[in-house]
Write a protein that binds this ligand. Structure first.
Ligand code: N01
Length: 879
């Protein structure tokens, strides 16, 4: 890469924007990396959003101690925030302080708008042009343009003829005096909700034109006390760490699992706790399913509706202000307010429902709706923004082969990670569309993005590379993942949310955000960097996209959810935490046709609990019998967590399903679990008839560690002469403690099961490393695999243990065992118990049921069905 003295280009990086993102990018690239940087902003000084949005009442609705930079300990200690939620002037002062403290102004040209940027594939440079006539060539172009910097067009007919003053909140001039004036506000989003109470206080008369009512909750602002401030400073490090482990980068308490799993009183207590001053906790800290389940969402929506009716005196005004089913709570940006609803109790405030009586035209003296004429002196437009894509498209980028960004995104944004765009080399977007972006605490996600970009640039410098570009396939995969995740949520139900681009006429309606949370998103970005920028093409060479990006969308939502919270990584979590997570009861569909009987069996002198699932309506004594061994890495899991799977298996297959517990390590070290599994199978054969089962149709099924036990137990029964097994199904069984397969490497960071967690489980179970070689630990070490029952091995694509499972299946096949492998794409290890949350996980059970149905139909001795070596049933079926 060239230095600043290289005549080939003017600067190493051009940064567009002077808000939180642009300032930090300028600092990081110039002061830390030592690049030459030219930054631009259309404002006359730093601040970005906080420079332009100076309207009365403008305030951040995230606590200032969180909504601030974390990259410099000294900075965060020396800036004392005066209020819990800082107002615009204080945030603007803070950003000016940052600009001065890091000497950033000298890299900026203010009052300068970038009007175009054109890529040259010959020089591998961008040429950036401004409205001041300047032209700058640069290696890298950073779009730090902010998500909400292009206002929605004023498309009201007649507006040019209005004789009064017109202001858009997003470009509010200084020194506007509304005292004693007749004012109108159009728009009741976050901005309208902030400005309306302020205007009502000083104006002679205020008319609010509302199209869609909103669910607003009190912000609870107040001055920060010295005590709070000292406490914050002392704990800043912990606050910042916690922030990164939450959905949106805010250190708020974790939500309870489901609003529908608790009674009305408990639900109210939770909503009461957060309604007054809880801010976004109302969305993220109440119940996990409010953004996924409409019935759950209704509980919070009804609660807020009730509060609105309590706060507004006139029932008709309250009715107009109360949202209907236009959008589930939280699927449009949740607004927070101070005295918003009480404002409509004032004599000088009038509410006009322009959904019922639409605006027809602006007149010279006011506004005409389909019902009335309204007169006023000042018109305030709080009508929102062409969010996220608008500011980037406004840069008029022309990429490789003359392609314009506006055309590339004609059907909606198509990026890789919300960071880069195919066809636009060396161009990075900070908190761009298709990243978690506006659903996060911006300073946190901005820092993550800028740091990632700066690391990518460093890598390129070290290699002497000149271009980095998102590959077309990665953009396709990412876009599918982002859209698929959105489809798992309630967000698409909002009729006019800017999150979906639906507020701008003609804008493609598509989700603009990655909705599975910051921890998963950051893990993906880290994985991309760690896999040699997988999915990017550096100087024309493309590294493969990392597996995490190939997640099934529902799986991504689940994996993202599991990463949220303060339990820390599972690899190091205390054993009781692991057991609580893996032993938790999963939601399971009702199976009224199956009866569950709790019982016990004995193994080596211990009496161990077991549960038997009997299909009630099948009767007789000839049902197949399936012993199901649960997963949990031999150190966790239990029969309660397996109940949903067993119920489904019993019901779908029409089989008696026996679910034995087995002893867990480290309290009961290896080989206790395998002894129990063998004892459970022998006991199952003995008791089968009591429950209508036929022991000649006995199969073993195991999930994960239970699959390993099932494989070994089948070998042991074969060697002991019975009871004979008619079939076996091994669901993603880890096989070899020492495996060094490609999948171990590729999915070493999971999702869900990482290679380190797998190692921890093996070593806790086996204790002495020499046990690794035992065939009671690793079924592939058996002297012979001949004579085993027909076996299905189900694997999932994104699993470090995938390849060893499939290798074992191939070994079985070579030994003449009728073997089938089914690999399911997009899923991760451990998905089966979570079928209620990940619909495609049901494919695992479907494969097991189909296989067992085929092999458990006719009662006959297992030995007579041994396949020949040429049996064609060996290949991998990928679903
Ligand atoms: O914009 P909006 P905003 N006729 O799009 C109405 C951030 N922010 O500026 O819903 C009549 O949310 C429109 O009606 P409808 C925050 O992220 C942050 O308020 O389309 N009405 C809606 O009521 C926020 O989400 C803070 O039916 C028309 C309103 O105008 C984002 O900025 C503070 C109309 C627009 O609401 C944008 O909020 C403020 C028409 N032709 C803002 N066109 C913080 O606290 C539009 N509307 C950090």
């Amino acid at each position: 890469m060239s230095s600043s003295t290289d005549p080939a280009h003017d600067v190493d990086a051009v940064i567009v924007g002077g808000g939180f993102a642009g300032l930090y990018a300028t600092h990081r690239l110039r002061n830390t990396l030592g690049l030459t940087v030219q930054s631009f902003d259309a404002g006359s000084g730093p601040g970005g959003t906080w420079y332009w949005n100076r309207y009365p009442g403008a305030r951040c609705d995230i606590e200032s101690i969180y909504y601030s930079y974390a990259f410099d300990e000294d900075l965060q200690r020396e800036w004392r925030w005066s209020e819990r939620f800082a107002a615009q002037p204080e945030i603007l002062a803070y950003l000016n302080h940052v600009a001065d403290r890091y000497d950033l102004r000298r890299s900026y040209e203010f009052d300068t708008r970038v009007t175009s940027a054109v890529w040259s594939d010959v020089d591998k440079l961008w040429t950036v042009t401004t409205d001041t006539g300047r032209s700058v060539t640069t290696r890298f172009l950073i779009g730090a343009t902010g998500g909400l910097s292009v206002a929605k067009k004023d498309d009201f007919p007649g507006i040019a003829d209005f004789r009064g003053e017109v202001y858009h909140t997003s470009s509010w001039p200084e020194h506007v005096d509304l005292t004693g004036k007749r004012v109108a506000v159009i728009g009741t989003g976050s901005t309208g909700i902030q400005i309306i109470p302020e205007v009502a206080r000083v104006a002679d008369q205020l008319i609010v034109f509302q199209r869609t009512p909103n669910f607003a909750c009190p912000i609870g602002n107040r001055p920060t006390t010295d005590e709070e401030w000292e406490d914050t400073v002392a704990n800043y490090r912990a606050i910042r760490t916690q922030s990164r482990s939450t959905y949106g980068g805010l250190p708020y308490p974790a939500a309870q699992p489901s609003a529908l799993a608790v009674d009305e009183k408990t639900r109210r207590e939770v909503y009461d706790r957060y309604y007054n001053g809880g801010g976004f906790r109302m969305v993220t800290s109440t119940f996990n399913d409010i953004l996924f389940d409409l019935q759950a969402n209704d509980t919070v929506a009804d609660y807020i509706r009730e509060k609105i009716r309590e706060r507004v005196n006139d029932p008709e005004v309250a009715r107009i202000l109360t949202p209907g089913d236009d959008h589930p709570y939280g699927t449009k940006r949740a607004p927070f307010e101070t005295n918003y609803y009480e404002t409509f109790n004032r004599d000088n405030v009038k509410l006009v429902d322009v959904r019922a009586t639409p605006i027809e035209t602006i007149t010279p003296t006011g506004l005409r709706t389909s019902a009335d004429d309204h007169e006023f002196d000042v018109l305030i437009l709080a009508t929102g923004f062409d969010a996220l894509t608008g500011p980037l498209i406004a840069l008029n980028l022309v990429g490789r082969d003359g392609v314009r960004l506006a055309d590339a995104w004609a059907d909606g944004p198509r990026s890789y990670l919300g960071l880069a765009v195919h066809g636009f080399p060396n161009f990075f977007t900070i908190v761009g569309p298709q990243s978690p972006s506006v659903l996060t605490n911006f300073p946190v996600s901005i820092q993550e993005h800028v740091d990632w970009v700066s690391d990518a640039i460093t890598t390129m410098r070290e290699r002497g590379a000149s271009t980095i570009e998102a590959a077309a396939e990665s953009v396709e995969t990412w876009t599918n993942l982002v859209n698929g995740i959105a489809a798992c949520t309630l967000y698409p139900l909002a009729k006019s949310s800017w999150y979906m681009g639906a507020n701008i006429p003609g804008k493609p309606r598509t989700v603009l955000l990655f909705l599975a949370g910051l921890p998963l998103y950051n893990a993906i970005c880290a994985e991309v960097a760690a896999t040699d920028y997988g999915g990017f093409s550096i100087d024309g060479t493309t590294a493969p996209t990392p597996g995490l990006i190939e997640l099934d969308p529902a799986m991504a939502v689940l994996a993202g959810g599991l990463m949220i919270g303060d339990t820390g990584p599972l690899e190091t979590a205390p054993l009781e935490v692991l057991r609580a997570i893996m032993g938790g009861t999963m939601p399971a569909p009702d199976r009224p046709s199956v009866r569950a009987v709790d019982t016990s069996y004995s193994s080596r002198g211990s009496e161990l609990p077991a549960r038997i699932f009997v299909p009630a309506d099948k009767g007789g004594d000839s049902l197949p019998v399936v012993v199901f061994l649960h997963g949990g890495g031999w150190i966790a899991g239990n029969i309660n967590a397996a109940a949903g799977i067993c119920l489904a298996l019993a019901s779908e297959l029409g089989a008696v399903v026996i679910s034995p517990s087995y002893r867990l390590a480290p309290e009961h070290p290896f080989p206790a679990a395998i002894h129990d599994a063998i004892a459970a199978l022998s006991w199952a054969a003995e008791v089968a008839a009591e429950h209508g089962g036929d022991k000649r149709r006995l199969a073993v099924v195991g999930e994960s560690a239970g699959g390993t036990l099932a494989a070994i137990a089948a070998q042991q029964l074969r060697d002991a002469g019975g009871p004979p097994l008619a079939a076996g199904a091994l669901i993603y069984p880890p096989i070899d403690p020492q495996a060094s397969t490609a999948s171990r490497l590729r999915y070493r960071n999971g999702p869900i099961l990482s290679a380190a967690l797998l190692d921890r489980m093996w070593s806790t179970y086996l204790g002495d490393a020499r046990n690794d070689q035992s065939s009671l630990a690793d079924p592939s070490k058996a002297k012979s695999l001949e004579g085993l029952p027909p076996t299905l091995v189900v694997t999932v694509e994104l699993d470090p243990s995938r390849d060893e499972s499939e290798d074992y299946a191939r070994q079985l096949a070579h030994a003449g065992v009728a073997t089938e492998i089914v690999r399911i794409s997009g899923l991760a290890h451990g998905t089966l118990p979570m079928s209620a949350l990940v619909p495609r996980a049901s494919e695992i059970l479907e494969a097991v049921v189909a296989f067992l149905r085929a092999h458990l139909t006719a009662p006959q001795p297992a030995a007579s069905r041994l396949p020949s070596q040429s049996d064609p049933a060996y290949g991998i079926t990928t679903v």
